[in-house]
Every structure is written in structure tokens, then in C-alpha cells.
Design a protein around this ligand. Structure first.
Ligand code: PLP
Length: 404
């Protein structure tokens, strides 16, 4: 008997760990060393966990083996409330905070609790593809608003507004952006939230890279422009605190919650159904938010992440037919392959060929719901020397690359 997957998965796609990863693992089994530039996972590149996080987890480990509150450890939720109070949020309480097994789980819950078949959510293109996948899995339709490479990857507000229909329920903002590295200014966030206000949309703001900013970039939480709108803000420990494997993130609900009682009840049902988030890792949250913000050492002048961003950006732009907007935040570069120089019809094939020929694993741009096969994403996590070598090899590969 053939066992066939659910039709719910028909439009669900997550290429960052897609079929090309299977080929990368096959090559590794054959003894090849693969440089994995596909996931924003700091640990394998020598980034250590902040010591206070490890200490607090270890100190609490012997009493963290039971189930806990579905919404999360009180001390962790308090720390999240204090963190956002410092950033200017008003009237947030511990009841408005949900702790999850990474932001990933909370993104999925937020869409499952919201959408009926045919409902629409505005999602950026390119996007972090979990958003589109979560909308689809929940029965909704992701309607992509295009970010403009010529405008530092800012979205066009008129394009967003033109895509609102009577089925649109929410708008997703990813700031700083994965994969483009764009960081939005106040004017853009005000414009986005004005659209949400005009059309009664819920705002979903994914701010997991809010502390990974380069040059003069500053980050403002979207919710500060929308105290009168229901706004869900997502963040966690995976990136700024480099502990992605602990799977620890949070979601806050701000704005007029009295109009969203049923939705919030739905979120609580889903939180109850998954019992609770991993308890030991929840002890890391207060330690992280209240501890030394060592991410600053990595992004300020002389910092490793800044140097790596600079090296990748410069070397990518040195490759003939490749251009890359300078990322202002996050951990990625999203270069463009000039279609006049590199005639790519299938960017997944391009990425597979790069993997086979150079043993470098990047992700195709269409994997981020970018419509054209003319981009790819690499992580800027390896040390500058290793990145220099990798980008040079990508240039060599592209030099002779022709698709049939
Ligand atoms: N949101 C964005 C924009 C991301 O880039 C990622 C991971 O790469 C996530 C969410 C998921 O993070 P977590 O590890 O907290 O599940």
C-alpha cells in the first residue's frame, strides 16, 4: 500500500534544509568536507554560548525535568516583559508572553490559530521561508509583497497596499531581514503600520536579528508604531546569543487584546497542546536578557561578524556578473546573478552544481520565495579567511558555469 503525504503539505516548502541537504550529507559520508553556508547556525563556526547562559541552565538542570507552565517559566516571561518595557512597550504583562521551542514553533502556532482556508497573509519576498510555509500549512495563502533590491531591499508600500484584499488577515515584517540583511527605518515601519491600521491587519514582526546590526543601523520594534493594533513580536536566543540548539524563543502580544480574546484563546489551546517549551532552555532567557550583551563585541568595529560581513560583501561584488546590496543586519548575504552574464534557468540546479563541484552549500533564491532564479543566499558566519576562500571558489565556479 502506498502511503501518501497529506494534501496540507502540497504548498509547504523549506529549502534551507531541502533535498540538496541530502546530497550534501551523501558527499560527507563519502568523506568530503562540505562548507555548509545554508543555515544561520553560529555554533559550528566557533561561536560560543555566553557563559552566564550555560551557568543558569546548569544551575537549574536538576529541577528542570518536569513539565512547566504552557506559556513559559514565569521568570523568563518577566525578563521578556522588562526587556520590552525598556524598549518603550507599554502595558505588557507576563500574560502577553509565550515562550516557545524557538521562534519557529511560535510562528507556526500564530498562523494555525489565525487562519481559515483561503485567508491571506502578506509576506515579504524574499522571506524567511518558514513564514510562507506556516501560512500554507495553516490553510492560508501567502501573498508576497516584493522588496526592492534597487532600494536597499525596502518594500514598496504602494505594492503592499495594492495586494490587500477582503481576505487579508495579517502582515509579516521581518526586520532585520533574512535573507537580504535590510534594516527598516522608522518611516518605513510607520508606513507599514499605517497600512495595517487602514485595513485592520494583525502585525507579525519577526525581530530575531534585532541586535545584529552593522555600521550605523538602528532597530526599532514595529509594535512601537502600532500601540493601537494587535501586534505579535517574535524574538529568541538562537542568533544574538548564539544558542540555536537550545531552541528558545518568545512571542509577545501587544495592542488591543480585548478585541482578540478568541484568537488569544486559540493560541493558548495550541500552547497547552504542546504542553510546554523545553524547560532547561527557558532558564537561559533571563540570564541572556539580563546578562552582558556580548553580541556587541562581534558587530562593532573590529568584531568578527562585522569583518565577515565586510569580506563576503566585498568579494561577492568583485565577481563579474554578481552584485550584492550591503547587509545592514543579520547573518546573510543575498547576491544577485546578472541574468545577462549568468543565464540561470534553475537556481536549485545551480546550487546543486556548486555543491558537487566546490563542496560549498548555499541556498537558491527561489527557496526564499523570490520569484526569479537569479539570487542565492550564503551565511556570513565562517571566519573571514574561510569566507574569502569560499567566495573566491564560488567566483571560480560561476566563471565557467553554463546551464543547458
Ligand atoms: N525567524 C527568522 C527570520 C530566522 O532567520 C530564523 C532562523 O533562522 C527563525 C525565525 C527561527 O529561529 P528559532 O531558532 O528561534 O526557531
Amino acid at each position: 500500500m502506498q502511503v501518501i503525504q497529506s494534501s496540507k503539505l502540497a504548498n509547504v516548502c523549506y529549502d534551507i534544509r531541502g533535498p540538496i541537504l541530502d546530497e550534501a550529507m551523501r558527499l560527507e559520508e563519502q568523506g568530503h568536507r562540505i562548507l555548509k553556508l545554508n543555515t544561520g547556525n553560529p555554533a559550528p563556526f566557533g561561536f560560543e554560548a555566553p557563559p552566564e547562559i550555560l551557568q543558569d541552565i546548569l544551575r537549574n538542570l536538576s529541577t528542570a525535568h518536569g513539565y512547566g507552565d504552557s506559556k513559559g517559566l514565569l521568570a523568563a516571561r518577566r525578563a521578556v516583559v522588562m526587556h520590552y518595557e525598556d524598549r518603550g512597550f507599554e502595558e505588557l504583562t507576563v500574560d502577553d508572553v509565550y515562550i516557545g521551542n524557538g521562534v519557529s514553533e511560535l510562528i507556526q502556532m500564530s498562523m494555525q490559530a489565525l487562519l481559515d482556508d483561503g485567508d491571506e497573509v502578506l509576506v515579504p519576498a524574499p522571506d524567511y521561508p518558514l513564514w510562507t510555509a506556516s501560512v500554507s500549512l495553516a490553510g492560508g495563502t501567502a501573498v508576497h509583497y516584493r522588496c526592492d533590491e534597487q532600494a536597499d531591499w525596502y518594500p514598496d508600500l504602494a505594492d503592499i497596499e495594492a495586494k490587500v484584499t477582503d481576505r487579508t488577515r495579517g502582515i509579516v515584517v521581518i526586520n532585520p531581514n533574512n535573507p537580504t540583511g535590510a534594516v527598516y527605518d522608522d518611516e518605513l515601519l510607520r508606513g507599514l503600520t499605517d497600512i495595517a491600521r487602514r485595513h485592520n491587519l494583525i502585525v507579525y514582526s519577526d525581530e530575531i536579528y534585532d541586535k545584529i546590526l552593522y555600521d550605523d543601523a538602528t532597530h526599532t520594534p514595529t509594535a512601537l508604531f502600532a500601540p493601537d493594533l494587535l501586534c505579535l513580536t517574535f524574538n529568541g536566543l538562537s542568533k544574538a546569543y548564539r544558542v540555536a540548539g537550545f531552541r528558545s524563543g518568545w512571542m509577545t502580544i501587544s495592542g488591543p487584546k480585548e478585541h482578540a480574546r478568541s484568537y488569544i484563546e486559540g493560541l493558548s489551546i495550541l500552547a497547552n497542546m504542546r504542553l510546554c517549551a523545553n524547560m532547561p532552555a527557558q532558564h537561559a532567557i533571563a540570564a541572556a536578557l539580563g546578562g552582558r550583551q556580548s553580541i556587541k563585541d562581534l558587530i562593532l568595529p573590529g568584531g568578527r561578524l562585522l569583518e565577515q560581513r565586510d569580506a563576503a560583501w566585498k568579494l561577492l561584488n568583485d565577481i563579474p556578473g554578481v552584485s550584492c546590496v550591503k547587509p545592514k543586519g543579520a547573518l546573510y548575504a543575498f547576491p544577485r546573478l546578472d541574468p545577462k552574464v549568468h543565464k540561470i534557468k534553475d537556481d536549485a540546479q545551480l546550487v546543486l552544481d556548486l555543491l558537487k563541484q566546490q563542496h560549498i552549500f548555499v541556498v537558491q533564491g527561489t527557496g526564499f520565495n523570490w520569484p526569479d532564479p537569479d539570487h542565492f543566499r550564503l551565511v556570513t558566519l565562517p571566519r573571514a579567511e574561510e569566507l574569502t576562500d569560499a567566495v573566491t571558489r564560488i567566483g571560480t565556479f560561476l566563471d565557467g558555469y553554463k546551464q543547458p
